[in-house]
Design a protein around this ligand. Sequence first.
Ligand code: GLU
Length: 416
Amino acid sequence: MNTSPAMSTFDEVNVFFDRAADRLGMADGVREMLRSPWRELRVTVPVRMDNGEIEVFTGYRIQHNGARGPYKGGVRFHPDADVEEVRALASLMTWKTALVEIPFGGAKGGVQCDPLTMSNGELNRLTRRYTQNIEHLLGVNRDIPAPDLGTNAQTMAWMMDAYGQIHGHTPGIVTGKPVELGGSVGRDSATGRGAIYVTTEMAKDMNMDPAGARIVVQGFGQVGSWAARIAAEQGCTVIAVSDVDGGTFNSQGLDVEALVKLKDEGGSVQNFKGGESISNNDLLELDCDILIPAAIDRVIHADNAPRVKAKVIIEAANHPLTPEADDILNDRGIRIVPDILVNAGGVIVSYFEWTQNLYQHTWDMDRVNDELSKIMTRAFTSVKDRVQAEGVTYREAAFLIGLERVAHVAELRGFI
Ligand code: GLU
């Protein structure tokens, strides 16, 4: 939701980038190089729709920075996936992979379309044509896509198949695939699991009993539904959740497993019998301990930030807060844990999946969750230490660490 259209999503991410670059005293040239996407591809994606007509979509693959390793990042199918949004998300991937120290750069892809109105056949054709148009940029050591908003394991299976038709069987070309095709166990729940890992660590830090915490989750898709499930499993009280149509609220706590069942059956959470229906806007302003935006970007902005009542915001979505909202909430003493730390679980398990594919090996669930937790702990601790050492916010600390690492590697490689 864009309430400050003067600024693109990419400009907004660069507000956070510039604050860190200023603090590091980064030279103008280095700053310009690190901020700019390395390579941008725009493609035309014509699709024969089920009604026989041809519809023409626009797609992108933006490789933001590859200093630390092959480009890595999801592909988004969404009406708002324009060049500025994809650029912003690609840049966030650069800082995210650096912050959690996995050997990748940052990229993002997108097709401007509304997958909710498209049939499986239409989506299959769209995915194949998009993949054919960007395949010359991809490679297991060049650029590895994954799911994001509006895409899923099925989309990755189609991408892998389309790539394989040109290059031969290449499971490591995408992550987030179905397990039967070389996907990793635990990849589907990884982002939500990582987010709840961060939530419980923050709760402990704030002397809040995670088991008693009242949690609100905006978004009940791949990330939000797992976050809500794992939070409930750990004894937290999930008092509200929502999907695109609206939300449901119960101050005594919702039965999350029943909500998952309702969603699996094709229902909307706003019709859930075990809660009152609530709008997405009201949900963000509920009285709660922990608010987890897990849907789209810029849902908290200058207009609603003064009314947010949570004590801590856990950014499971990418870029859910505008810089103005970030300032307002910081001034109000609300803690914000940034996207590049909170939602890194997805790309971390993507890294495990890619590794398993390269070695033609499979890990079990315990190993995946164990290694995930180790990397999340390391990243969380590094951010927390920086917050304490420098008196900066969690977001500033996360960006400082990410920027330093990318700048250092760029220097080692000799291109600055
Ligand atoms: N789309 C996810 C993200 O924004 C995952 C990317 C990946 O696994 O490469 O972090």
